[in-house]
Design a protein around this ligand. Structure first.
Ligand SMILES: CC(C)(COP(=O)(O)OP(=O)(O)OC[C@H]1O[C@@H](n2cnc3c(N)ncnc32)[C@H](O)[C@@H]1OP(=O)(O)O)[C@@H](O)C(=O)NCCC(=O)NCCS
Length: 157
């Protein structure tokens, strides 16, 4: 993927983001959009700005190839959600989104990220582990819990 752009989601993305969710296949929706929860969460941005969240997209010439969002942004370790369009999966978009987010969050002094994923979502787990997330156990929901901890410039003296 040569021409991907990482940028914050903006109001003008509304139709393209709705299309992103409308086009999502059964398998991806089962992992990412149970009861349309993440769709509602994302579309709320267009209603009220969803101020406790931050949304970002990977854009490929007008198409939203993938998106991610973080919440609990007042914590050193916010929660993460990520999804890539079915027809863009396996082409490096997820890795690009995560690397871009890591750079941004590090530059703002964040400590890392935390996420939950379904036990049978082995594809996502491979991506997370490749990107330096550590599997730390099980969330009370029964999903797996992963943490990414950013490196510090200088350890405590
Ligand atoms: C999981 C997801 C975000 C990964 O994004 P992606 O763009 O497909 O991932 P990438 O192409 O950047 O893959 C990076 C690495 O992760 C691994 N990987 C990602 N998805 C994989 C899959 N479905 N099966 C096997 N390996 C996978 C690959 O090994 C790849 O490593 P490689 O470059 O050495 O081959 C994407 O497949 C997706 O949106 N899935 C549906 C929604 C979802 O599950 N979201 C996460 C909910 S917790």
């Amino acid at each position: 993927m040569q021409n991907l752009i990482f940028r914050p989601m903006v109001q003008a993305d509304r139709d393209e983001i709705q299309k992103f969710y409308d086009d999502m296949g059964e398998q991806s929706a089962a992992f990412f959009n149970v009861n349309r929860g993440n769709e509602r969460r994302t579309m709320e941005f267009f209603e009220n700005g969803k101020p406790d969240h931050r949304f970002f997209v990977a854009e490929d010439g007008g198409t939203v190839a993938g998106l991610l969002f973080i919440w609990d942004i007042d914590r050193a370790l916010p929660w993460l959600g990520i999804a890539v369009r079915d027809d863009y999966q396996g082409r490096g978009v997820g890795g690009f989104l995560l690397r871009s987010l890591f750079d941004l969050l590090k530059s703002r002094g964040y400590g890392g990220l935390i996420l939950r994923t379904a036990k049978n979502n082995t594809g996502a787990q491979r991506l997370y582990e490749k990107m330096g997330f550590e599997r730390v156990g099980e969330h009370p929901s029964g999903e797996l819990l992963y943490i990414k901890r950013f490196e510090m410039g200088e350890p405590l003296a």
